[in-house]
Design a protein. Structure first.
Length: 155
């Protein structure tokens, strides 16, 4: 479990560094590369959350789901007050556009449970003043507008 927790923290930190690539032309490429890199971790989480009794499974989901919110809270506490606003928004964006969608992209029951629990724990911890919602890659990808000469085109 410690290895999984370490990999989740690494995934969050790596994706936080990719926020600059959150643009229409680069988002899908960055997201899919992250999925390829972390798909074995997500598969391992899926299997681990399916082991044991119903109560043990629920406990495993909560234990895994708490890793990134706990890490996010630690990161937010380290930030200087002057920069805290923007940086905590970056933490929230990382969750919204990369982490939660990665868990939902797998389309498996346990990964979706972990993703949903992660959102609830993130909001409960009050890491940012913004509320995090559950999101999917497809919803985010479709939200990028196509424009020509500043005119928004429908997809």
């Amino acid at each position: 479990m410690d290895r999984i927790k370490g990999q989740l923290t690494e995934m969050f930190d790596e994706m936080r560094g990719q926020l600059g690539e959150f643009r229409r032309k680069t988002y899908a490429t960055v997201f899919k590369a992250a999925f390829e890199k972390y798909k074995d971790l997500l598969a391992e989480i899926e299997a681990l959350c399916g082991e044991g009794s119903k109560e043990e499974q629920e406990q495993t989901v909560l234990e895994i789901a708490s890793v990134i919110p706990d890490h996010g809270r630690e990161e937010a506490e380290k930030m200087r007050q002057l920069r805290k606003g923007k940086e905590t928004v970056d933490l929230n964006m990382t969750m919204a556009v990369y982490i939660v969608p990665l868990f939902m992209y797998v389309r498996t029951e346990n990964c979706e449970k972990v993703g949903e629990a992660m959102v609830k724990l993130w909001n409960k911890r009050g890491i940012t003043p913004l509320r995090l919602g559950s999101s999917t890659f497809e919803t985010i990808e479709s939200g990028f507008a196509d424009t020509i000469l500043g005119i928004r085109l429908k997809r």
